[in-house]
Design a protein around this ligand. Sequence first.
Ligand code: C2E
Ligand code: CA
Ligand code: CA
Ligand code: CA
Length: 282
Amino acid sequence: ARRQSGRRVWVLNDGEQAEAGAALRLHNDMHLAVARGELRAWYQPQLDAHSGALVGFEALMRWQHPTHGLVFPSVFIPLAEDNGQIVPMGAWMLERACADLLALQRACPPDAPPLRVAVNLSLRQFCDPQVYEHVAQALARSGLAPTQLELEITEGTAMVNQQHTLDLLGRFKQLGCMLALDDFGTGYSSLAYLKRFPLDVMKIDQSFVRHILSDNEDRAIVHAIITLAHHLGMKVIAEGVEQAAQQQLLASMGCELVQGYLHGRPMPLDEALAWLQAHQRP
Ligand code: C2E
Ligand code: CA
Ligand code: CA
Ligand code: CA
């Protein structure tokens, strides 16, 4: 976009116009996405970095739009966050993810340890007065053990209103949920508050993992994050793990869990079930 000096006119080129038009249509269609059954929950495996055992899945939203096709969250989550639709969409996701985890658990041997599903809560959801009810309802309706549900909030979300974060995380903890801090290292955390939040898991952002084999600074940052998390009594999961050598290095630094294309991309439930069968074969 080009701004003409003096006059407040925005000139969009063709590409930008198409993009803005598409965004506007998505924006208008969004309030129908839940009712029309267009949202999809995809699942990406999370594994023990040492043993390679499956520990659970992160639930990631997709939007199967009737004309735009499969829309990715980088496109529609920011819009949904702006227009508030993320609240009903997020409530849908909580219900779906809890129900689907039961199906995934049933596909495991009866003596397998309980799997976990991690669900993302955005800032708008986290500040919505109904969010606690949405979580409690999804758990109650599915019959899932609360420890099988992990809630992910970003560092940014956690820091906006620290008293609210402290209160709400406390209530989620009381309910029995696991709590994870997403994208750690990309925002501005007050370390003083971090120690007061009842968090179970620190997620190292993939931007630090990407060059961990070649970049000494990134490696130092990851090492420091792992040390900090452990001193605060948290476990660490690294996201964006694409190479076996990255996983080995992370494991040697004490990182407990990994998630990334190395083991599996986000997949629809039927593919996740097939992935699980293949993973269990000796
Ligand atoms: P996120 O929570 O940080 O999720 C991780 C993103 O990294 C996912 O992108 C995942 O597909 C991608 N990823 C996983 N492993 C690898 C890897 O090895 N390499 C690379 N390059 N990427 C990897 P996705 O699914 O497109 O989601 C993007 C973001 O959208 C998420 O980032 C999250 O912030 C948001 N999001 C997704 N689903 C939901 C949802 O249900 N609710 C909310 N509030 N936000 C969501
Ligand atoms: Ca996440
Ligand atoms: Ca993340
Ligand atoms: Ca991220």
